[in-house]
Design a protein around this ligand. Structure first.
Ligand code: FAD
Length: 309
């Protein structure tokens, strides 16, 4: 079986989400990668060094410069003539491209898998992660998105895959790139950070959110996250959101500040190795999953903690 993995990259660098997807793909069979973009020779070489990869297909074409799903999906479909499964990380990019591939191949997508139980059998979360379903697909070709936190990352070095250029299908003319606004941060990326400090509604305003959460995160070299309530209230940008409708994270340490622990928030962070909760309500549900709990007023505790660090 050949499993084709979509390589996520940005600014000429391969993104970590790809590595966990490679591990998932390796449980299905021979791993091939697809690098689509413009001037992506460096990314292709980086991809070829990932342990366990047999072949890297490179589609270097202006049509793929911005990763438009309308252009990338037909390219994947073309490569799927020789592959049995297509796997993409369950990120916004993967979730944009994989459903189109599934539709074009006329197969069901298997979303957000947590494990590979066999060539056609997978587990995936349902009910916001409160139950795990085992699903079996009878489709001849599988289209799968992979939850990155559920699989070990493949080693970045150690492989020596062959690199093969592919012309691809080019611009379908269905969409065009207008522009993008990218938030730049010196902090680690939320989904690959070792430590995350997340703030909730209790922070009360954007000013207080940044005045309390940012210094603590900076002291710890942590990424900053937020609950949906904090995002909806405008205290934190949308891409900070952790949870069922935000990002799924599993860092070594997750510090939840003024977050109640609603199931939709827990769905995004409960697999964190150590959970620390700061909340003034000792009955807050977050304490049911927390390894370390601090009951008290965050406006007093957080500056104290930051200072002591
Ligand atoms: P609250 O629930 O209001 O909790 C605030 C907490 O702060 C309370 O526990 C309170 O005791 C504590 N507090 C108040 N003042 C202080 C103080 N001074 N010091 C210390 N503690 C204090 N939510 C997400 O986070 N992510 C998602 O992806 C997500 N997806 C959703 C999807 C759906 C379909 C739905 C219906 C909801 C979703 N939600 C999500 C929303 C979720 O249900 C909660 O409403 C949200 O997580 C609550 O955010 P919060 O904990 O910041 O706020």
């Amino acid at each position: 079986m050949i499993a084709l993995v979509l390589v996520e990259h940005e600014g000429g660098q391969l993104k970590d989400a790809t590595l966990a997807t490679v591990t998932a793909a390796s449980k299905l069979g021979e791993v091939h990668l697809l690098v689509a973009g413009e001037n992506v020779g460096g990314v292709a070489e980086e991809a070829a060094r990932i342990a366990g990869v047999a072949k890297v297909h490179v589609a270097d074409n202006a049509a793929y410069a911005h990763g438009l799903a309308e252009n990338v999906a037909p390219l994947v479909v073309e490569l799927m003539q020789h592959c049995d499964a297509f796997l993409a990380p369950a990120t916004t990019t993967g979730k944009n491209i994989a459903p189109r591939v599934a539709a074009l191949l006329d197969v069901m997508q298997i979303s957000d898998i947590l494990s590979v139980e066999g060539p056609d059998t997978f587990t995936r979360p349902i009910y916001a992660g409160n139950a795990i379903a085992t699903v079996q697909s009878s489709d001849a070709r599988k289209v799968i998105t992979v939850r990155g936190t559920a699989f070990e990352k493949a080693a970045k070095e150690g492989g020596s895959a062959t690199i093969e250029q592919t012309g691809g299908t080019g611009d379908t003319g269905l969409s065009s790139f207008v522009g993008q606004e990218v938030a730049h941060s010196e902090r680690p990326e939320l989904t690959s950070a070792n430590i995350i400090v997340s703030g909730g509604r209790a922070l009360g305003s954007s000013e207080q959110f940044h005045a309390l959460i940012d210094p603590l995160a900076d002291k710890l070299g942590a990424a900053v996250g937020a609950s949906r309530a904090a995002v909806d209230a405008g205290y934190a940008p949308n891409d900070y959101q952790v949870g069922q409708t935000g990002k799924i994270v599993a860092p070594e340490v997750y510090i939840a500040v003024g977050i109640s622990g609603a199931i939709q928030h827990l769905a995004g962070m409960k697999d964190s190795k150590t959970i620390v909760a700061i909340n003034k309500d000792e009955d807050a549900p977050i304490f049911q999953v927390a390894d370390i709990g601090l009951v008290g007023d965050l406006f007093k505790l957080v500056p104290e903690l930051t200072e002591k660090l």
